[in-house]
Design a protein around this ligand. Structure first.
Ligand code: FAD
Length: 343
């Protein structure tokens, strides 16, 4: 395998189109794909280029076809038996070949476990740069370069990064941040099967088995209502209160990192810069101070309600409704009002 040189002398004009790397699990397209397509469409329009989605996998035609219902110009699906199970080297091998051949200007990848694995290795193989964990993407109106924004220095500043000399301009994008693509009324997109060259020797790892996560799955990204607990709940048992409110409202349980670090709840519940980014219709922050790293993951919620004993807590600066008081008294009152239908 030959490693590409960074800063090689390339002709930027040869590169065109905005590509989205689709992700699938068990033959199903994951929501991050639609989020990247929604954002990719805007970028492609601003650049006056096409939006292309590439779907690697095996027996993947039906899943790839579903993407034709959205506003996309081309869908490539890359079929190979060795792509049935995810392997970093197998996926990077076929993707790097297609990128070299077809030369996209922009390549968007989900900042998921798989995307965070593929993205940097693919960028290194292609000799280009990658901005990881982006929360904002924009095309520079003057020089048409991609402006990739992400939190930096512990979330205290937002850094906007460009990739001026190499192509494609690559970004991983956090799930839950971008709006999903909408279905198109009609679409005449091109649909093309790619049969890549791939051998067992290209993949140096072997999948021994897969293990299902045995904990209750939490789906914060799609939740319409989230009730989150912070250090103000005092201990692990405090989550019973948070859960009671979440159940009464039909929502999910979220958490600040303080509770995850204390071992009170699994990290899959963490909201924020290093957790999940959420944008529910209603976010209730209970005993959460409102540190910038927490806000980075939930400030796009439609309505934010905060319950906190400290009237000067920063969470009150961004909430729509604030309740100053002890969550141990307020939550049971709210729950009984909801259950009795008074709310
Ligand atoms: P605290 O800041 O301790 O706040 C507890 C709040 O509870 C206080 O405001 C207090 O007034 C209130 N309270 C106390 N008792 C009660 C009561 N009985 N009733 C009501 N209110 C009460 N944090 C995240 O959440 N998510 C992240 O993804 C994240 N990523 C990070 C990444 C980096 C690089 C760094 C440096 C930090 C990150 N953090 C993250 C940590 C973040 O800086 C804060 O430390 C954390 O969010 C604080 O959690 P908290 O609000 O629960 O706790």
């Amino acid at each position: 395998m030959e490693r590409a040189k960074v800063n090689q002398d390339i002709s930027l004009n040869e590169y065109k189109d905005v590509w989205v790397l689709a992700e699938t699990v068990n033959g199903k397209i994951l929501p991050i794909t639609l989020e990247l397509m929604g954002e990719g469409r805007k970028l492609a329009n601003d650049l006056g280029k096409k939006l292309v989605v590439i779907v690697p996998g095996y027996d993947i035609e039906e899943a790839a076809k579903e993407l034709l219902e959205y506003d996309v110009d081309t869908v490539y699906y890359v079929e190979h038996e060795l792509l049935k199970d995810f392997s970093t080297l197998g996926f990077v091998e076929v993707l790097s070949e297609e990128v070299k051949k077809r030369k996209p200007e922009v390549l968007l990848v989900g900042a998921t476990s798989i995307g965070r694995d593929i993205g940097p290795r693919l960028a290194a193989r292609l000799g280009t740069g990658l901005t990881a964990d982006c929360t904002g993407l924009e095309v520079d109106a003057e020089d048409k370069k991609l402006l990739m924004t992400r939190p930096a220095f512990g979330g205290n500043i937002m850094a906007t990064i460009i990739c001026p000399k190499n192509r494609p301009q690559m970004a991983t994008v956090r799930p839950g941040v971008m709006s999903r693509a909408k279905k198109a009324e009609k679409n005449n997109a091109d649909f093309e099967k790619i049969l890549p060259k791939l051998s067992k020797e290209d993949i140096r790892s072997k999948l021994v088995g897969t293990v299902e996560h045995d904990q209750k799955r939490v789906n914060l990204t799609d939740a319409k209502i989230i009730v989150s607990g912070g250090r103000g709940i005092k201990n692990k048992d405090g989550f019973a209160l948070i859960e009671s409110l979440a159940n009464a409202l039909g929502g999910e349980v979220g958490s600040s990192r303080a509770c995850v670090d204390a071992g009170w709840i699994d990290s899959s519940h963490q909201v924020g810069q290093t957790g999940t980014t959420v944008r529910p219709d209603l976010y209730i922050a209970c005993g959460i101070s409102g540190a910038i790293q927490h806000l980075a993951g939930m400030s796009e919620s439609k309505y934010i309600v905060a319950i906190n004993t400290d009237k000067n807590a920063p969470i009150f600066d961004i909430c729509d409704y604030g309740i100053v008081g002890d969550l141990k008294e307020i939550i049971p009152t709210l729950v009984s009002s909801i259950e009795s239908g008074d709310f």
